[in-house]
Design a protein around this ligand. Structure first.
Ligand code: GTP
Ligand code: MG
Length: 458
């Protein structure tokens, strides 16, 4: 998602940075391009217009025009406004007892999957979630939830197939939940093809009875602007407390994600990025803004890998990046870590600058076979070459290709790609931003202290 928006923004900002002295006209031209890019990404018209005028007001300020690096300043203004547009701070769930979460949304938006994903997350956080199947309309909906619940080992209330009153189901479920000693109840509800009064009425009755602390609207990010009006409608009917965007892993243009918060005023609390039950992530506006601007989401990446890789190794590699010492040995370590992880493109997409690097790679570059080849190339380098890649010139490259059973072209390509990665890591603004983010990651504060009180030399 956001690929074409990111590309357009990247082009515009690159042009802007390239201009020696920035004039108001340069800024106005850039903003016009950005406005078009936003509209092409399916951002709601009013939202795009307001957004541009806010950026414009700040970007036209004296300080910016007179600053040493006006291009960078404008990127920063854009980033901050984007972050604000996406909601500012991450919005947590209200899980005070009795913690009840009502999941609602259109047909096929991902409600049932998301209910299970959320239960899975909460369980990992040490809570005791219970799932309650309240979709009495679609045949097999109850079974679907029960199957997912079983996969994550979370108790699930499954009403009898003949049951037709959703309030009765909720009542029975509460009695059942009492015995289960759960701490968070998640109610999965029936979908609607479109806003359907009968079903909305049913949802209202259920809502009145359950009195949920959280009423979360699940919205498919691929539905674009339509998702926004749906959100407004649900909000009008039952008062939603937040939004969960699903299918961010798809190729949607991202307009819904960008407009949702501004139009409804409701925070996006989570984002679903895949069909697996561990692919639900907290929605952090700042990280999302970084991703849209191609700055990567290092914290997100760290969190995703935290379960699966050795934290000490990851931190060592991060520290080396920060010190500008990242070399092929670190690269190899990372490759190994990456091999243990799930779908690679999604994860690597969180790396700063990766979207640009990715384009230079041949199709299928991230399949396991290719990774093995890359690994072979690095393993054929001497230790010195790994630490000082700049010495890998002509004959060395051929030797490495021969030694690893790859081609000179592959070796050249890898070295070029590595160079780009390194350049990205050395870029003060990008690295500074990454480090700022890192400060916010759980457990990171202590590690940062170890790096010199959280202060970095740029
Ligand atoms: N790629 C991807 N697929 C998802 C995501 N979330 C849900 N899906 C898929 O979307 C489809 C519909 O998901 P459900 O959870 O059944 O949707 P629902 O809103 O409960 O549908 P109804 O109950 O029929 O209204 C399933 O095939 C899910 O696997 C996501 O974040 N990414
Ligand atoms: Mg469902």
């Amino acid at each position: 998602m956001f690929t074409s928006l990111s590309d357009s923004l990247d082009k515009t900002f690159r042009n802007l940075r390239g201009v020696g002295k920035i004039s108001e006209k340069n800024i106005a031209d850039a903003l016009r391009e950005i406005r078009i890019a936003l509209l092409e990404a399916d951002v709601e018209f009013g939202v795009a217009k307001d957004f541009i005028s806010r950026v414009k007001e700040k970007a036209m300020g004296e300080d910016v025009l007179k600053s040493i690096k006006p291009g960078e300043q404008i990127v920063k203004i854009f980033h901050d406004e984007l972050e604000a547009l996406l909601g500012g701070d991450q919005a947590p769930l209200d899980l005070n007892p009795p913690a009840r979460i009502l999941i609602c949304g259109l047909n096929g938006a991902g409600k049932t999957t998301t209910s299970a994903k959320l239960a899975n997350r909460l369980k990992k956080e040490g809570r005791r979630p219970l799932l309650i199947a309240c979709d009495l309309y679609r045949p097999a909906a109850i079974d679907q939830l029960a199957v997912l619940a079983k996969q994550i080992d979370v108790p699930c209330y499954t009403p009898d197939a003949s049951e037709s009153d959703v309030v009765k189901v909720a009542k029975d479920a509460l009695a059942w939940a009492e015995k289960q000693q759960g701490t968070v109840l998640i109610f999965d509800t029936a979908g609607r093809q479109e806003i359907d009064e009968k079903l909305i009425l049913e949802l209202k009755r259920l809502h009145d009875f359950v009195k949920p602390k959280e009423t979360l609207l699940v919205a498919d990010s691929a539905t674009g602007q339509q998702a926004v009006s749906v959100a407004e409608h649900f909000d009008g009917a039952v008062g939603i407390t937040g939004i969960i965007l699903t299918k961010l892993d798809g190729d949607a243009r991202g307009g819904a994600a960008l407009s949702m918060r501004a139009v409804t005023g409701k925070p996006i609390k989570y984002a679903g990025e895949g069909e697996k039950l561990d692919q639900l992530f907290e929605f952090h506006p700042s990280r999302m803004a970084d991703r849209i601007l191609g700055m990567g989401d290092i914290v997100g990446m760290v969190e995703q890998v935290a379960d699966k890789v050795n934290e000490a190794d990851a931190m060592r590699s991060m520290k080396r990046m920060q010190e500008g010492k990242f070399d092929f040995t670190d690269f190899l370590d990372q490759m190994k870590m990456i091999q243990n992880l799930g779908p690679l493109e999604g994860l690597l997409g969180l790396m700063p600058g990766f979207s640009k690097i990715k384009k230079q790679l041949p199709a299928g570059a991230f399949d396991n076979k290719k990774i093995k080849r890359t690994e072979a190339i690095v393993l054929s380098m001497t230790l010195e070459e790994r630490t000082r890649p700049e010495i890998i010139k002509g004959s060395r490259r051929q030797r490495i290709a021969d030694g690893s059973g790859t081609t000179l072209m592959e070796v050249n390509q890898l070295i070029k790609q590595f160079g780009e990665m390194r350049k990205m890591m050395k870029s003060p603004t990008k690295m500074g931003n990454m480090m700022k983010q890192l400060g916010g990651a759980p457990g990171m504060k202590d590690i940062m202290k170890g790096f010199g009180g959280g202060k970095f030399p740029f």
